[in-house]
Design a protein around this ligand. Sequence first.
Ligand SMILES: [Zn+2]
Ligand SMILES: [Zn+2]
Ligand SMILES: [Zn+2]
Length: 120
Amino acid sequence: MKQSRQTRQKEILYSEVKKFSSFFNAEELYEKAKKKDRTLGIATIYRFLKDLRENNNVHFYVCERKLIYSFDKQSHCHFTCKKCGRMSHLKIDSLDFLKKKFGAICHFQIDVEGICMDCL
Ligand SMILES: [Zn+2]
Ligand SMILES: [Zn+2]
Ligand SMILES: [Zn+2]
C-alpha cells in the first residue's frame, strides 16, 4: 500500500525531531525537515508540534517570546537584568521541594528578574 504524503511527512518529522539533543524551535525543525521533503510547509511543522504538546510527548518553554522544545531537558531558566536588559540562561536541575508538595514534575520554567553583578 502506498503511504499517504501526510504519513510520510510525519515520519520524517519524528526522525528529525529526535536528532536534536538540546532545545529546538519550529524554524530549526523546518530547516532540517525541508532538506528531506521540499514539499513540507511550516504549517505542517506547527501542527506536528501542537500534536506533540497535546500528547505530552515533549517538554516546552517560552524563550525570547518563542516556543522552544526539548525531549530531554526538563527545565529552562532565565535571569533578566532590569537595568541593562541582559538575559542569561541558568541551570536549575531540580525542584525537589515541589515534588513533596505536588507529586511528579514533568518540566519547569523559571524567569527571574533582578539586577546583574555589573549593574549592582
Ligand atoms: Zn514536560
Ligand atoms: Zn531561554
Ligand atoms: Zn545589568
